[in-house]
Write a protein that binds this ligand. Structure first.
Ligand code: SF4
Ligand code: SF4
Length: 85
């Protein structure tokens, strides 16, 4: 049977680059605090100086990164965006 996963939408414009989502994923999924052991990736675009978020295929859709982001840069695709504005 195909695994159903909820999709997380990322807003690079809202992202402050704090890295909390990356560390939260690292802690809940790998038992460590580390920027390199996480399904969430955060990079800085030197051209625009904005942050670029990406999620690896291994993401388990646990939602801890969504809960951790105080800047509302992450949300569920099926979530009403007005509830997080
Ligand atoms: S998405 Fe949110 S928690 Fe993650 S780095 Fe950006 S502001 Fe921080
Ligand atoms: S939803 Fe995916 S990226 Fe976010 S904390 Fe869970 S496993 Fe990591």
């Amino acid at each position: 049977m195909e695994k159903k996963t909820r999709k997380i939408l990322r807003s690079n414009e809202r992202c402050a680059g704090c890295g909390l989502c990356v560390l939260t994923c690292s802690f809940f999924n790998f038992g460590v605090f580390g920027m390199s052991r996480s399904f969430m990736r955060l990079e800085r675009d030197d051209r625009t100086t904005s942050f670029v978020l990406s999620i690896d295929d291994g993401c388990k859709s646990c939602g801890e990164c969504v809960r951790a982001c105080a800047y509302k840069a992450l949300r569920w695709e099926d979530e009403d965006p007005r509830s997080r504005s």
